[in-house]
Design a protein. Structure first.
Length: 423
């Protein structure tokens, strides 16, 4: 149990942090101010500020986030009537604004806020010491810091460093960078697996082993047989072979088998078995394997395996439109269950799961659903076609609808996973 929890935290944390780091690094290179880069969620444990960004570690070791200037999650901190404490430089220009009761600043100027603009005009106005006869308007430095109510210190976000102020191309690159980083993570994970194994191991559509008393054994299939067709349909890979047999549970099926230099027909009926709530056909064979011990082979394994998994995930998404079921989806509960199974088989299994889930997260995030990266990319494309961005209010409404849909789907998927794996 403890090992599973640790493995889950590590796997989930690496995947999400990698995704957010993709957005972070491209945003920084594009001239967008990243106000905060957080590892973990919830209350802050540690924070440091460097080159305009506050780096935080938070108490819940699940996920993380990138807070870019000018986006929906970049909330307004100041409010009218709020008491703040200001630190001024030698020219009486504000360099730090403290809104938190958790932080005390020595020699600060107490001010009750009446008005402010930290985006264009860069000023703050209010009553000094709460005295309504002493209204002061102070200039604010473009790189001034603001201590938020929870004690987190971040840089203010003038308009010239906000997300919407950079070119459309840079915004597109920033939006796509998260999923792209997930694919890069998967490539590196598969390369690591190849080096740990001492070679790249790929499956081929030949029989690696036949289970005792299985449908395959009773039909006469043997080790090293190459199944080249199912019901006359060519099977050029193990995945296509597995998919063809899986679809024929309980149905009489003709296999075209190559044994040595000869071809023969074998008739069998795949046995129906339950897999993740679905009935699939099984005949009781394991995949044949090809091992490449070369450095080039191990490096290329990262790319070929990533492509293979991407194709499988995409095919699964397409098939969902022919008959959608919540069993086709999995949330954190399913991830935990997969991690539990992978942890039993050691580090290679866990790394393999990390790569698989990272690819899943990357592809799902590219779906054109508002609130996901794919939804943002869709808005970017619409902007490119129209020659101007959507009205910010309409964009916010679209994003909120997408967020609501995703939250509802997550609740349904999580409840379905609980029923599948625990009852």
């Amino acid at each position: 149990m403890f090992i599973t929890i640790i493995a889950f935290i590590i796997v989930f944390g690496i995947i999400v942090t990698s995704h957010e780091f993709g957005h972070f690094i491209v945003a920084k290179k594009s001239g967008i101010l990243v106000r905060e880069f957080s590892i973990g969620m919830g209350p802050k444990l540690f924070a440091t500020h460097k080159n305009g960004t506050t780096y935080t570690i938070r108490i819940l070791p699940l996920g993380g986030y990138v807070r870019m200037a000018g986006l929906e999650d970049d909330e307004e901190t100041l409010q009218k009537g709020m008491p703040v404490n200001l630190i001024l430089d030698e020219n009486q220009v504000v360099k730090k604004i403290n809104t938190s009761s958790k932080v005390s600043l020595l020699n600060g100027l107490p001010l009750e806020v009446t008005n402010w603009d930290l985006i264009d005009e860069l000023y703050i106005e209010g009553y000094e010491n709460g005295d309504e006869t002493k209204l002061r308007r102070l200039e604010v430095k473009p790189d001034a810091m603001i201590i938020e109510t929870d004690g987190t210190e971040v840089q203010i976000a003038p308009r010239n460093v906000q997300f919407q102020s950079v070119s459309l191309t840079r915004r597109i690159l920033t939006n796509i960078a998260g999923p792209l980083n997930n694919f890069i993570l998967a490539i590196l994970a598969f390369i690591l697996i190849a080096f740990i194994q001492g070679g790249s191991i790929t499956t081929i559509n030949s029989v690696g082993a036949v289970q005792e008393n299985s449908v395959a054994q009773k039909a006469g299939l043997q080790k090293n047989d190459k199944i080249v067709a199912v019901q006359g349909k060519k099977t050029n890979s193990w995945d296509s072979l597995s998919e063809s047999i899986s679809d024929r549970g309980g149905k009489k099926t003709e296999l075209t088998v190559k044994r040595g230099d000869q071809k023969k027909k074998i008739i069998l009926t795949p046995k129906k078995q339950n897999s993740n709530g679905q009935q699939v056909g099984m005949i009781g064979i394991k995949a044949g394997q090809k091992v490449d011990h070369s450095i080039g082979g191990m490096l290329s394994y990262g790319f070929t395996q990533t492509y293979s998994v991407m194709k499988a995930v995409w095919d699964a998404l397409v098939n969902m439109f022919h008959g959608f079921s919540l069993n086709d989806l999995g949330g954190p509960v399913a991830m935990y269950s997969f991690t539990q199974q992978a942890a039993k088989y050691g580090a290679i299994s866990v790394i393999n799961l990390l790569a698989f889930l990272s690819i899943n997260l990357g592809i799902v995030n590219l779906l054109p659903i508002p609130a996901l990266d794919g939804g943002k990319l869709l808005l970017n494309i619409i902007e490119a076609i129209r020659g101007k961005p959507l009205d910010p209010n309409k964009e916010t409404i679209i994003t909120l609808i997408g967020f609501g849909f995703m939250m509802l789907l997550m609740i349904l998927v999580t409840w379905n996973d609980i029923q599948r794996y625990f009852f």
